[in-house]
Design a protein around this ligand. Structure first.
Ligand code: ZN
Length: 198
């Protein structure tokens, strides 16, 4: 899906990782958020007809289940428990976006990169992450050379190996120490939210 497309399908991710990327007029881009099996793609279209505002990029191939947005709205209108599940994820995403707007403004690239790797690793089930420096630079809204410097630092400290477009996480503890507080603050997206029962 591209920005301005009407959302006709909601995708529930079972496997793999999809990045929602915000595009600027000059061609630059930055990842707004990441979706794995904790979430779905389709924004608010499960509630009201909606258009996408971001580009969705599969950063790790996987599987998803799809439901027509119109059908989803009919089901949600009938089921309180379905609305609660969907709204809980929306609220978690909202929380994550609030956190990441502060993160992008305040935290260093190396800290954001570490957070990003941990979040991808959480969703990749331990697999090697296949991604080029150019892709990472696009996701982080940064220069390739800056991403390369951060990667070299993390490699020296034994957190990752990075070669030929493959990132392997060797030591999560080092990566967690290197990541900004935003990783812990929004960990697990949908389960990172406190729900008030009753
Ligand atoms: Zn941060």
């Amino acid at each position: 899906m591209e920005p301005s497309d009407v959302v006709e399908t909601i995708y529930f991710v079972d496997e793999g990782i999809v990045s929602a990327v915000a595009l600027m007029q000059d061609g630059r881009s930055v990842e707004a958020y990441m979706v794995g099996r904790e979430g779905f793609i389709g924004s608010t279209a499960w509630q009201i007809p909606a258009k996408t505002t971001v580009r969705y990029v599969a950063q790790m191939a996987g599987k998803s289940r799809r439901v027509e947005a119109r059908r989803m709205r009919e089901m949600a209108a009938r089921s309180h428990s379905l609305r609660v599940v969907m709204a809980t994820y929306d609220a978690a995403l909202q929380r994550e976006l609030e956190q990441s707007s502060a993160c992008n403004a305040i935290h260093t690239l190396e800290r954001r990169f570490s957070k990003w790797l941990l979040r991808a690793h959480d969703r990749a089930d331990g697999a090697v992450l296949q991604m080029t420096q150019e892709f990472l630079a696009n996701m982080l809204g940064s220069q390739r050379t800056t991403v390369n410097e951060a990667a070299q630092n993390l490699m020296r400290r034994g957190a990752i190996t990075f070669s030929r477009g493959r990132v392997t996480v060797l030591n999560r503890q080092i990566l967690e120490a290197s990541a900004c507080e935003c990783y812990g603050a929004t960990r697990g997206t949908a389960d990172g939210i406190s729900r008030v029962d009753g």
